[in-house]
Design a protein around this ligand. Structure first.
Ligand code: C2O
Length: 546
């Protein structure tokens, strides 16, 4: 591989959407941000310079960061944030990955405007395991608030209630024609007839899983979270925040004299207010006359209903690893450590002088095994590396739920969570099986759980309470999908396996930003192995200080 240099100037830029102009944090003035293009095996040196008033950190979502945990990016987990006027060079090598990933700010809600694609091509002269596409196109979904998103989350935290929902979903930063004052901001994909396009789909929305479909065209899924999958064809796909999916789009053999909407719309279960609006882009065939919208018919796709969990389940069960000799699925067959985590929403009691707009006069919280994770004021990785954990984190994370109950029945009276900065410590190379159960305390809700530092295999999923006697018999240990973000099904559970072969501190959290903010997050520490290349390297000299 080669070394590639990027410079990310984080700077304010005025951007107008839905007739509202606001000053947002951008990279190099671009919204969405610039794409990073590299090949498997390349080293990236990305210098991030902070010119905005906020503290910044950038995460390279899905990059394994083998022994390069100092470059992972979550603020207060692997680094202190980059302060105004400071800079930091993220230095990492892409090992054994190719496909689509993405980068985003990993502090507060700044990822609402600071995000962009990472495109990892295979090594030179190594083909895709599918037909070479004619063109490759990143399609990145986002969410737009007319208000400042930092004010939105600050207000939610002050009141203890839910945040204001976004004003629009976007495709490549554009809300499209179904929103007021937005028709001119419509993403258009110009295609030629009879060609195959690779669409690199990324869900960068903050709080919504999305269905996506293109009218009168089917999509062949070939890759999820930068791992090839057994190809399958679908009209609609589901993509959760954090996830990436590569699909092949075959255009019609002849120019159809019609245009086709591509539409993204949320999949929502559980409680709360949500925005059931749609973002639309347009698939335009090249030789259709320009200004064609007025004259050409335009078709709309049919999308599943807002809460269509059976579609969601059947879609995710179709995702399988290639499991070929060239791309084997190295699923840990033997488990060293097994964990059962409940994930879900809960509440914190209302204290004097607090505003408590959550359910029944409480404050919203979210937790893993009833622990709502508080961010420390220094970075966990530094504290771990320097062996100064005192007062920063505790290693007594409860690895089984405190008060097990029937997660799908009537919820117990006590939905309270406790706050803490607790981690699970793993020995190097431990094989882990983790069952995550949605608690349904405040409504069954799908949680896209994201693990930093690893890919994992999704060996099982189901509804109701996980049954430790029978469900494991049905686990797929042959060709389960390998990814970095998985939806814990609403009212159900998911089982994942991974090998802890990456020493460091690794964040795990719900990728719905509001749930992360409420505390649905925790961290794993993977200790050093015996050999030098199994140890954490010392921090780079420019690592930001708190
Ligand atoms: Cu995409 Cu911890 O994030």
């Amino acid at each position: 591989g080669i070394t590639r240099h990027y410079k990310f100037n984080v700077e304010l830029q005025n951007i107008t959407r839905l007739c509202h102009t606001k000053s947002i944090a951008t990279v190099n003035g671009q919204f969405p941000g610039p794409r990073i293009v590299a090949r498997e095996g390349d080293r990236l040196l990305i210098k991030v310079i902070n010119h905005v008033p906020n503290n910044i950190s950038i995460h390279w979502h899905g990059i394994r960061q083998l022994r390069s945990g100092w470059a992972d990016g979550p603020a207060y987990i692997t680094q202190c944030p980059i302060q105004t006027g400071q800079s930091y060079v993220y230095n990492f090598t892409i090992v054994g990955q190719r496909g689509t990933l993405w980068w985003h700010a990993h502090i507060s809600w700044l990822r609402s405007t600071l995000y962009g694609p990472i495109i990892i091509l295979p090594e030179r002269n190594v083909p895709y395991p599918f037909l070479k596409p004619y063109r490759e196109v990143p399609i990145i979904f986002g969410e737009w608030w007319n208000a400042d998103t930092e004010a939105v989350i600050t207000q939610a935290q002050q009141t203890g209630g839910g945040p204001n929902v976004s004003d629009a979903y976007t495709i490549n930063g554009l809300p499209g024609p179904f929103y007021n004052c937005s028709a001119k901001d419509t993403y258009k994909l110009n295609v030629k007839p009879g060609k195959t396009y690779l669409l690199r789909l990324i869900n960068a929305a903050l709080n919504d899983e999305l269905f996506f479909s293109i009218a009168n065209h089917s999509l062949t899924v070939v890759d999820a979270d930068a791992v090839y999958v057994k190809p399958f064809t679908t009209e609609t796909l589901l993509i959760a925040p954090g996830q990436t999916t590569n699909v092949l789009l075959k255009t019609k053999p002849d120019t159809p004299n019609a245009n086709f909407y591509m539409i993204g719309r949320p999949y929502v279960t559980g409680l709360g207010t949500f925005d059931n609006s749609s973002v639309a882009g347009i698939l335009e065939y090249e030789s259709s006359s320009s200004g064609s919208l007025k004259t050409l018919p335009i078709f709309k796709p049919d999308l599943p209903a807002l809460n269509d969990t059976s579609f969601a389940t059947s879609f995710s069960s179709k995702l399988r690893s290639l499991a070929s000799s060239e791309f084997p699925a190295n699923v840990p067959q033997k488990v060293d450590k097994q964990f059962f985590f409940t994930v879900g929403l809960g509440t914190n009691p209302c204290q004097k002088n607090q505003t408590c707009q959550g359910p029944n006069g409480t404050r919203f919280a979210a937790s893993v095994n009833n622990v709502s994770f508080s961010l420390p004021t220094t970075a966990l990785l530094q504290a771990h590396f320097l062996q100064r954990s005192n007062g920063v984190y505790a290693t007594d994370f409860p690895t089984t739920p405190l008060n097990p109950f029937n997660y799908t029945g009537t919820s117990p009276n006590n939905t309270m969570v406790s706050n803490g900065t607790k981690v699970v410590v793993l020995r190097y190379n431990t094989t882990v099986e983790l069952i995550m159960q949605d608690t349904s305390i405040l409504g069954a809700e799908s949680h896209p759980l994201h693990l930093h530092g690893f890919n994992f295999f999704v060996v099982g999923q189901g509804f109701g309470n996980f049954d430790p006697n029978n469900d494991p018999k049905k686990f797929n240990l042959a060709d389960p999908v390998e990814r970095n973000t998985v939806g814990v099904p609403a009212g159900g559970w998911v089982a994942i396996r991974f090998r802890a072969d990456n020493p460091g501190v690794w964040f795990m959290h719900c990728h719905l930003e509001i749930h992360t903010s409420w505390g649905l997050r925790m961290a794993w520490i993977v200790r050093d192995g015996k050999l030098p290349d199994q140890k954490i390297l010392p921090p780079p000299a420019d690592l930001p200080k708190c």
